[in-house]
Every structure is written in C-alpha cells, then in structure tokens.
Design a protein around this ligand. Structure first.
Ligand SMILES: Cc1ncc(COP(=O)(O)O)c(C=O)c1O
Length: 388
C-alpha cells in the first residue's frame, strides 16, 4: 500500500462511536447528521424514478435538468451561475475529492484553515500533497481567522487553499470582506481556492438572501475557485450521496473525464430526488434552519450554564464546539463521557491538533429535549467529578 494511505490517521470520531454504538442507553451526537428522515416529496421522486425504470448509467456531469435546476437555485442566492459550470457528484465528499484530484499533484503544497472536517486535509494527503495548516484562533469560545497569518502562509508556492465556512466543527464563518481579501491574495499568488460551502444555508445571522457569504458573491466565473455543495445538510439527504461542484468553465470538460474514472455518474433516481428537493427548497430549507436555530439556542444556553465551560453560539453549521476547564484530552474525555455518562460527542482533536481539549456536539436533533437530556447527563457527570 502507498505510504500516504498507510499514514492516514484512523478517525477519532469513529474511535469514540465504536465504544458506544449499538448501546441503547447512549445519547449520540457524535456524527454530523440529524435524526430526521428526508422529506416525503424527495423520497417520492426517487420512488417514481425507479418505478419508471430509470436504472441506467447517465451523463458524467449529471442530468441536464438537475444541472439547470442547481444553476437556477444558486442564481437565486448568488450572482447568476450558468448550468454549464455545474457538475453533479455522488455527495459533497466526492465533490471535494474530485476537485483535489483535478488541481493537486503529488508534492504540491496545500494550505488548509483548521480546525476542519478531517476529510478536507486527508484528501490532498492521499494524493501525496504536503498539507500545511492556518489555525483559527478561539476568542471567548468564538473561533476567528487571523487574515495576516493566512496571507503569510499562502505564497506563490501554494497550489491550493482549502477553506470550509460555515465551518465544521467550530461554526466559524467568513465575512464578505474577508472573502474578498482572500480572493485578492490568491489572485496575486496564483493559488486555487477550494471553498467547501455545504453549510451555506445553515446560517443564523440576519441576511437578505438566507445564506452565508459565499466566494461566489465576490469571484468572477473564471477565477481559480471551485465551490463544493451538498444536498445532505439543507435537504436532510445524508444517505443519498448527492452534491455538486461550481467550476470555472475551463475545468468542466476535465471534470467530466474525472467523474468517469471515479463514479462514472450519479444514479438517476438520486438525481430525480435532487430535482424534487430544489423544487421544494422554499418550504424545506427555511423550516430545517429555523428548527436548527432552536436546537442551537437550546443547547448553547444550557451548556453556557455549566461550570468552567467555554462556548459561543455557532454563526453557521450544526455544531456546538466547546471546552470544559480541567479536561485537556479530548479523546479521553469523549470516551469517558460515553462510558460513564452515556453521552456521545466527537473529540475536538479529530479536527486539528490545536483543538485538543475541545468537544463537538451535533445539535441537529428532531426533538430538542434530547439535547436537554444530554446536557443533564453532562452536568451530572461533572458534579460527580467535582465531588470525587
Ligand atoms: C464540511 C463538510 N464538507 C462536506 C461534507 C460532505 O457531505 P456529504 O458527503 O454528505 O455531501 C461534510 C459532511 O459532514 C462536511 O461536514
């Protein structure tokens, strides 16, 4: 096996989950998905497609109808985007991998803003790139970007800058001014930007267009920018494996070839479900986001009342990222919480070494009472530690 694969770190989130999966008494918030099934009209569209016998291979870049529908949807949120720039992929994670395959050679330098979902740093490493990190800095529980540190790290030697905002796990988001500054800098160094914006609709700040600031709002179509999207989060479709890329026109033909050699195409019934999701987005997504905001506020308010906790409300995404005074080893703490409190959280150091001591709690819960129960378990466990 190649050394790069051999050196891949096993998932620390899995390590915690393996200790508690299948145990009915554990309240699990470790993975990044909610517990609500995909809305009915989306499921019906997939069923109808299968009933009609749509069981064959399809276009590499996706059904023209879905590419058109995605372009219309994106153009409603951002400056107009042509359907010819859209590639449909088998999930956001495949979109990310395809982008990295298209842009990065073995030995290239990639800079990633961290903490971040581990796939974003593992994928360039799999291809043999050297991945360097620009760490976000926590200030009173809110993670912030040091723009000067990013400018210093991204040089003409940097092939690709990887950013995920709204961010998993910290809830960090970018402002439009920061995006403009990053774009200007990357234009001057000739660096590609890979912007993972899968959480753009899960944004809790007031905004006219119902989504987080996007690089698409500041970039020109032929900038060195690839934006990754997913149906997973805004449409409750994690298990479907459906996402898309927004590409500069010059990358589209090559991307079609790459998709041929990765997955060939996304299954047609899944794409039909995607068309239905977009057709119903005005009902589905605002409801999902309003509910997630209730979940976030419920959880963060209760967490903030615990002794020695450092936490701030996430501006976007679906995670509370927090730390507890006196507990500096995330993995050990997460394992103890599973074993001793029946509470399943993800260890912060799964997302970057500098997040050692932090924990991630996915607040996408159909019933916010589960979150209340989870905090009660944590409070009870902390009380026991204080008494011991
Ligand atoms: C930051 C980020 N990007 C991309 C994805 C990929 O989502 P999917 O492959 O389900 O579309 C996830 C999933 O958790 C994520 O957190």
């Amino acid at each position: 096996m190649r050394e790069a694969i051999h050196n891949l770190e096993a998932s620390k989130i899995r390590e915690v989950a393996n200790a508690g999966m299948g145990r009915a008494d554990v309240l699990a918030f470790w993975f990044g998905e909610g517990d609500e099934v995909t809305p009915e009209p989306i499921r019906q569209a997939a069923i109808a497609s299968l009933q009609q016998g749509e069981t064959f291979y399809a276009h590499n870049l996706g059904l023209p109808e879905l590419r058109e529908a995605v372009a219309r949807y994106m153009s409603g949120l951002h400056p107009a985007i042509d359907a010819a720039r859209i590639a449909i992929t088998s999930g956001g994670v495949s979109a990310l991998m395809l982008a990295v395959q298209a842009l990065v050679d073995a030995g290239d330098e990639v800079v990633a803003v961290t903490p971040v979902w581990p796939n974003l740093t593992a994928q360039p490493a799999i291809l043999g790139a050297r991945v360097r990190s620009v760490p976000l800095v926590p200030k009173a529980g809110q993670w912030t970007l040091d723009l000067d540190a990013l400018r210093a790290a991204v040089t003409p030697a940097t092939k690709l800058l990887v950013l995920n905002a709204p961010n998993n796990p910290t809830g960090w988001t970018l402002t439009r001014a920061e995006q403009q500054a990053i774009l200007d800098h990357c234009r001057s160094t000739g660096t590609w930007i890979l912007a993972d914006e899968v959480y753009e609709r899960l944004y809790y700040e007031p905004t006219p267009n119902g989504c987080a600031p996007s690089f698409l709002d500041v970039a020109a179509p032929d900038d060195r920018l690839v934006v990754v999207h997913s149906f997973s989060k805004s449409f409750l479709m994690t298990g479907w494996r459906l996402g898309w890329l927004v590409l500069p026109p010059a990358l589209v033909e090559g991307m079609g070839k790459l998709i041929e050699f990765n997955t060939s195409c996304t299954s047609v019934f899944t794409q039909r479900a995607g068309i239905a999701a977009l057709a119903h987005s005005a009902e589905i997504t605002p409801r999902v986001v309003a509910h997630l905001k209730t979940c976030r506020d419920t959880l963060v308010t209760l967490l903030a009342e615990l002794p020695g906790v450092q936490v701030a409300p996430a501006r976007g995404g679906m995670y509370a990222f927090f730390r507890l005074e006196g507990f500096d080893d995330s993995l050990a703490l997460a394992k103890r919480l599973v074993g001793e409190a029946g509470l399943g959280l993800a260890p912060g150091n799964a997302f970057a070494p500098q997040a050692q001591g932090w924990l991630r709690w996915c607040f996408a819960s159909r019933d916010p009472q589960r979150l209340v129960q989870g905090v009660e378990r944590l409070r009870g466990w902390l009380d026991k530690q204080a008494r011991a």
